[in-house]
Design a protein around this ligand. Structure first.
Ligand SMILES: CC(=O)SCCNC(=O)CCNC(=O)[C@H](O)C(C)(C)COP(=O)(O)OP(=O)(O)OC[C@H]1O[C@@H](n2cnc3c(N)ncnc32)[C@H](O)[C@@H]1OP(=O)(O)O
Ligand SMILES: O=C([O-])CC(=O)C(=O)O
Length: 371
C-alpha cells in the first residue's frame, strides 16, 4: 500500500453531476460558459439536482418551494442573536446550519422525497442565514425574504434592506452559478464521506461547510481581499508579490489541484470585476488584481482560480469580506446536496486505507518505568 499525498489523481467515485475534462467545466454536460451567460441560478440548482434544465412549470414550482422555505424558524433567529460578538462568519454558519437541523422535523428521515425537500430548504435558507447573521451583528433586525424574488436579488435585499440594482443582481446570479458545483472538491468530498455512513443531509452539509472554511479551499476568497487591502495601492503590488513569492508564501486565489492551464470561471469573474469597477468609477481593486495576475503568472506560471476575481467583485458590490466564503457556501450548497442525493442513490461506505509509517514492534512500558 502506497499513499498518494492529498489523494491527487485518485478517482474516488463516479458522478454525473459536473465534469472537468481538458480544463472545460460542465454541469450535467452543459458548458459553464453558457450557463454563466444565459441561466438563472435557480435553473442551475434544478439542473444539478434533477439532471435536466427545468421547463417553465418546473422552474415556477421550484421558485414557489424556495419561497415557501426561505424564512428561518424564530428559534434559529434567536440562536443567531445569541452568538458571541466577533465570531468567525464560517464558524457561525457551520453552527447555525447545525442548529437549523434541530428544528426540522424531517431532519433524520432518509427517504429520497424528504431528502429533496431538505435540499430545497437548505438552498432556500442559507442566503437568509447569511444575511440575518450580517444584519444581527450590526445591531439590525434581520429581514424576511421576499416571495417571487430570485435568490440573488433576495439575498442582496436581505443584506442591505434596499432593492438591489439590476447589475448587482446580475453579478450575484453569475457568481452563484460559477460557484455552484465542482466535481469532487474537498467540501463535496467531505459531504459525501459523511453521508456515506448513512448519516443525514444536514450532517453532510455541516461537514462541507467545515471543509469549505479553510483558506486552501473556499476561505481563499476572503484571504484574497485581505491581501488586496494589505497591499493598499497599485504601485505597491510588485514589491509585495515578489517578496511573498521569494519567501515561498502562497498567493491566495492562485493555483488549483485540477486546472493547470487556468480556471474557466476566472474570466467571467474578471470581466464582472472590470464592469462593476467601471460602473462605480473605482477600478483600483480590479487594477491591482490584474497586476497581481501578471506577476504571479509571470513568476510562477500559476493562474487565478475562482476565488481570485470574486473578491473584487463582492467588494465592489459593497459586501464585507468575511461574508465572501459564506456566499460561496450559499451557492455550493446546491452542489453539495446534489452530490449527497447521488451518494444516497448508490451508497457504499467511503473508507480508504492509510499507509502505516509509524514504529513497529514497540513495547508497552509500565507507567512507573517511563522516563
Ligand atoms: C474554490 C477553491 O477551492 S479554488 C482553490 C483556492 N485556494 C487558494 O487559492 C489557495 C492558494 N492555492 C493553493 O494553496 C494551491 O494551489 C491549491 C491548494 C489550490 C492546490 O494545491 P495542490 O494541488 O496541493 O498544489 P501544491 O500546494 O502542492 O502546490 C504545488 C506547487 O505550487 C506552489 N503553489 C501552489 N499554489 C500556489 C500559490 N497560490 N502561490 C504560490 N505558490 C503556489 C506550491 O508552493 C508548490 O510549490 P513546490 O512544488 O515548489 O513546493
Ligand atoms: O475543485 C476544487 O478543488 C476546489 C473547488 O471547489 C473549486 O475550484 O470550485
Amino acid at each position: 500500500m502506497t499513499a498518494t499525498k492529498g489523494l491527487e489523481g485518485i478517482v474516488a467515485t463516479t458522478s454525473s453531476i459536473s465534469s472537468i475534462i481538458d480544463g472545460v467545466l460542465t454541469y450535467r454536460g452543459i458548458n459553464i460558459d453558457e450557463l454563466a451567460e444565459k441561466a438563472s441560478f435557480e435553473e442551475v440548482v434544478y439542473l444539478l439536482w434533477f439532471g435536466k434544465l427545468p421547463n417553465r412549470q418546473e422552474l415556477n414550482d421550484l421558485q414557489a418551494q424556495l419561497d415557501q422555505e426561505a424564512a428561518l424558524p424564530a428559534e434559529v433567529i434567536d440562536y443567531i442573536k445569541s452568538l458571541p460578538n466577533g465570531v468567525h462568519s464560517m464558524a457561525a454558519l457551520r453552527s447555525i446550519v447545525s442548529t437549523l437541523a434541530l428544528y426540522d422535523p424531517e431532519a433524520g428521515d432518509m427517504d429520497q422525497a424528504s431528502n429533496v425537500r431538505k435540499a430545497i430548504r437548505l438552498q432556500a435558507q442559507l442566503p437568509t442565514i447569511v444575511a440575518a447573521f450580517a444584519r444581527i451583528r450590526q445591531g439590525l433586525e434581520p429581514l424576511a425574504p421576499k416571495k417571487g424574488e430570485s435568490i440573488a436579488a433576495n439575498f442582496l435585499y436581505m443584506l442591505t434592506g434596499e432593492k438591489p440594482e439590476d447589475i448587482a443582481v446580475e453579478a450575484m446570479n453569475k457568481a452563484l452559478i460559477l460557484h455552484a458545483d465542482h466535481e469532487l472538491n474537498a467540501s463535496t468530498f467531505a459531504a459525501r464521506v459523511t453521508v456515506a455512513t448513512l448519516s443525514d443531509i444536514y450532517s453532510g452539509v455541516v461537514s462541507a461547510i467545515g471543509a469549505l472554511k479553510g483558506p486552501l479551499h473556499g476561505g481563499a476568497n476572503e484571504q484574497v481581499m485581505a491581501m488586496l487591502e494589505e497591499i493598499g495601492s497599485p504601485e505597491k503590488v510588485q514589491a509585495y508579490i515578489q517578496d511573498k513569492l521569494n519567501n515561498k508564501v502562497k498567493i491566495m486565489g492562485f493555483g488549483h489541484r485540477v486546472y493547470k492551464n487556468g480556471d474557466p470561471r476566472a474570466k467571467h469573474l474578471q470581466a464582472m470585476s472590470k464592469q462593476l469597477g467601471q460602473l462605480t468609477g473605482d477600478l483600483s481593486w480590479y487594477d491591482m488584481s490584474t497586476q497581481i495576475e501578471e506577476l504571479v503568472t509571470g513568476m510562477k506560471g500559476l493562474k487565478p482560480n475562482v476565488d481570485f476575481y470574486s473578491a473584487s467583485v463582492y467588494t465592489t458590490l459593497g459586501i464585507p469580506r468575511d461574508l465572501f466564503t459564506p456566499i460561496f457556501a450559499m451557492s455550493r450548497v446546491s452542489g453539495w446536496t446534489a452530490h449527497i442525493l447521488e451518494q444516497y442513490e448508490d451508497n457504499r461506505l467511503i473508507r480508504p486505507r492509510a499507509e502505516y509509517v509509524g514504529p513497529s514492534n514497540a513495547q508497552y512500558i509500565v507507567l512507573e518505568d517511563r522516563v
